[in-house]
Design a protein around this ligand. Sequence first.
Ligand code: ACO
Length: 333
Amino acid sequence: MELVQNLKAKVKPLGKKIVLPEYEDARVLEATALILKEGFATPVLVGNPEDVKALAQKEGFNIDGAEIINPETYDRLPEMIDVFVEKRAKKGMTPEKAKATMLGDCLFFGAMLVHLGVVDGMVAGSASPTANVLRAALQVVGTKPGLKTVSSSMFVFTDKKQYGDEGMLVFSDCGVIPNPSSEQLADIAMSSVEKARKVGNMANPRVSFLSFSTKGSASSPEVDKVVAAVELLKERNVDFDFDGELQLDASIEPSVAERKAPGSKVAGQANILIFPDLQAANIGYKLVQRFAGATALGPLIQGLAAPIHDLSRGCFATDIVDVVAIAAAESAE
Ligand code: ACO
């Protein structure tokens, strides 16, 4: 994918380190070998070095050059425990529980490496459910200052070049918040714009808040939620165009936009689509994939204080490599 190749070239001189905490998954070792070969970042693995190297050898992957951190002997483990206890004090975290978590859950250990700045980002989830990766990220790294919401974006590439930016659109949130509030929808829009700019190099983000109604053509509490999100965003003085509520066709098709939302700066040319909830978003991107042969990159987590990304458990090693490039690029900004 051209977008990812550009990101790799951009980050190569920067020497970014990305932790891949699930070394027991052979795809992680394969991805490590591929990243080292391409040389655009340094992969950091978590585990006993002897075990990691033995498995890599057995699987036939050359991981010479990867950093390996053994939680059991790591000299910053006491600091990690203290930080985690402090962060989770209100939730009853004790030093004993914190130690057990850091030693027993590689996702939390990896997230703590990110939090302490030992590495620049984390990519995980090939061997863990999304919710586990998100929980480690939320509890250790937390949200970006000034933002309350962690969500995700999906980059969708179609050969219908008349839509979005030459066929590229961002769909949000396809992966995290089941039923976002109006405030969360506004947060999702802001994070999606940032993601589109940083990762997709999108120069003119135009955000459409999707609904089954366009500009009051239908009324229901579901529509009201979307309208309220648009009103909230108006109060935030953002530096991008947005509009809603808009139906999908009015969002991307100029002829429909002219009839249904005349005068809108976004209708007919939206390149970022904010879906009203996770069901619609998740179903929506899969429809485009299956019926229109679109390719999708993501969901890419957004709104965290540092780049942490989740993988599908069905991913290929090359998907891991691509997401590492994205995490490295995001940490560079
Ligand atoms: N944004 C910001 N903060 C959040 C969010 C969020 N989206 N979600 C939870 N938090 C907060 C919680 O309020 C909690 O705060 P606190 O510790 O101060 O009380 C903290 O983060 C930790 O949350 P947990 O209680 O550990 O996690 P929770 O049970 O709330 O679950 C999760 C969060 C894992 C994100 C859940 O909402 C979830 O499972 N979402 C769906 C994920 C999923 O399965 N997606 C489908 C993927 S399909 C695909 O990817 C294609």
